[in-house]
Design a protein around this ligand. Structure first.
Ligand SMILES: [Ca+2]
Ligand SMILES: [Ca+2]
Length: 203
């Protein structure tokens, strides 16, 4: 009897374990949400920072970066609108600020056929979002249903292509940022044209 009074019964142990399990599950769910929310916030901040670099480009060069690749520069027709922005900001003759080099990704793995940037490689990079997918850039001069970009997203070995277009308001049917530019990120799900996509013009 003495031993029993000092210990736990099996039932008491099970109740304690269940409570610990419930607390752990609640914490993981809550913590997980905080984590993905803060990553989405960081991604939105990155779009804003990249937008500021593009505005600086316009101040220096007198126009926004072209979202079309130089003729014959690329070996494929993927990620063109992301690569064109990269080429503009990393151009040898460009004197403004550039994105940090650790922002760069190359999800279609291509190379330019000549030296086009200040970098010591011909890798035709894209500027990547928080999840390593290319940020697609549209110059308002070329907004059109015909000016889409075939974007490559996904982890190594599981790449998928998606067609991305400049975005219109569903209310007015006119393009957002008609005199500036649009930046589009696939968001946390790594897929373009879904609800969690992020835009330079949204809050
Ligand atoms: Ca590329
Ligand atoms: Ca998405």
């Amino acid at each position: 009897m003495k031993n029993k009074a000092n210990g736990f019964t099996l039932l008491e142990m099970m109740v304690v374990l269940v409570i610990i399990g419930l607390l752990a599950a609640a914490f993981v769910g809550y913590g997980g949400n905080i984590f993905s929310d803060s990553k989405a916030k960081a991604a939105q901040v990155k779009l804003r920072q990249l937008g500021a670099l593009i505005e600086q480009y316009k101040t220096i060069e007198g126009e926004y970066p072209d979202d079309r690749l130089p003729k014959g520069a690329a070996m494929n027709n993927k990620n063109t609108h992301a690569e064109a922005l990269f080429l503009a900001l990393f151009d040898v003759n460009y004197s403004g600020s550039r994105p940090a080099e650790d922002w760069l990704v190359n999800t279609d793995g291509d190379e330019a056929n000549r030296d086009l940037t200040i970098l010591g490689t011909r890798a035709l990079f894209e500027i990547g979002d928080e999840w390593g997918n290319p940020i697609i850039y549209f110059d308002s001069l070329h907004y059109s249903e015909n000016n889409g970009c075939s974007a490559i997203v996904g982890e190594a070995g599981a790449f998928a292509a998606a067609d991305v277009y400049p975005v219109r308001s569903q209310v007015t049917n006119s393009y957002y940022e008609p005199n500036r530019f649009q930046l589009v990120s696939a968001g946390a799900d790594g897929e373009f044209n879904t609800e969690d996509d992020l835009y330079s013009f949204s809050e």
